[in-house]
Write a protein that binds this ligand. Sequence first.
Ligand code: XIL
Length: 354
Amino acid sequence: DQSLRALAARNGLSFGTAVDAAAYTDAADPQYKVMVDGQFSTVTAENAMKWESLEPTRGTYDWAAADAFVAAAEQHHQLVRGHVLAWYSQLPGWLSTAIQDGTIDGPQLRALLKQHITDVVTHFRGRIWQWDVVNEAVSDPWETPSAIHLGGNTGSLKQKFADLLGPGYLADAFRWARAADAKALLFYNDYNIEAFGDGGPGDKTQFVYDMVKKLRAQGVPIDGVGSQGHLSTQYGNYDVFQVADAMQRFTDLGLAVALTEVDARSLMKDAKDPTLAAAGADLNARDQASAYNYHVLLQACLMNRHCLSFTVWGFTDKHSWIPNWFKDPPEGAGNLWDANYQPKKSLRTVQGDL
Ligand code: XIL
C-alpha cells in the first residue's frame, strides 16, 4: 500500500486533507471520493462545520452535511479534525451583519459564541480528534495598526469580533469546548506562524507563542497549536530547521502541534507584472518551489514526535480554494496532484519524505 495514509502510518503520523463536500458527492467526479477515502487517515471539512453552514438561520441548525462528513470519515477509519468554532470569518450572515452594523453588543456576542461552541461540540462529542477551537484571532504584520494584536485591520470584521468579545474570549472558548467534550484535543489554529524571527510573519509567531504560553500558565484547556501552512513561493520559503525550531518551542510548552491546512501555491503566467508572469510561465520551477515548501513543513513535522498530523488543504488542483482567493497576482497549482489527478513533483517529494 503506497497511499499517503499508509506511508505516514509507518512514521506514526496521520496524513489528512480538507474535504470539499460538493466534490465528494459529485457522481461525475468519482475519483475525488476514491482518493479522499483511500489516501488519507484524517479529514477536515473544508466548509461544512463552519458556523455559516451549521446555523444559516438563527436558532435553526442544519447538521446534514456535517453529519454525512463525519459518518463517511468513520466508515473509512479516518480521524476527524473539527474545523472551526470561534472565527470571525464565515459567520452566518445574520451574525456578521449584526457585528458590522454594531447592532450586537459584547455580552450578546459572547452568549451566542458560548451557545454555538456548546451545541456544536456536544453534537459531535466523542467523534472529533482535534477541534480548531479558535482560528485566526491574531493580526498580520501588514495590517493596521501594524503591531501584532488580537484582531486585524481597523474597522474590519476581524477587529470588531475581537473587540466585542474582549481578550478573555480565547480562554472562555477553550473552557466551553472542554466542558462539552472532555476528550477532544483543543487547538489554536492560525497562518503565518510557521517560523520565528524573520521580521515579518515571525512577529506573529512570537505573539501566538506568548499568547498560548500565557493560556497554559493560566490552566486554560488548550492542547495544541495548528499551523495552517498556506505557503506561497513568493515569500516564506523557510528551511526545515526554522520550522522545526518553531515547533519545538511550542511543544516545549507541553502542547501538541499539527500542520492543518498545507498548500504551496505559486505565481501563474497571467500576472499583470511581466516579471511575475515570467516566473509563472516556468512550470518546472513552480513545481520545484512548491515541492520544496511541502518538504520543509513535512520534514519539520516528522522531526517532532508531538507533531500529530499533516493535513493538506485539498489535494488536487481541480478542487482548490487558491485560484479563487489569490487573484492579485494570480496564484495556483498549490496541491499534490494536478487538475487531472496526475502526481506532481510535490507528491513525489512528500512520498519520498515519508
Ligand atoms: C477556505 C475554504 O477553502 C474556501 O472554500 C472558503 O470559501 C473560504 O475558506 N483558513 C481557514 C480555512 O481556516 O477555513 C479557509 O478555508 C482557508 C484559510
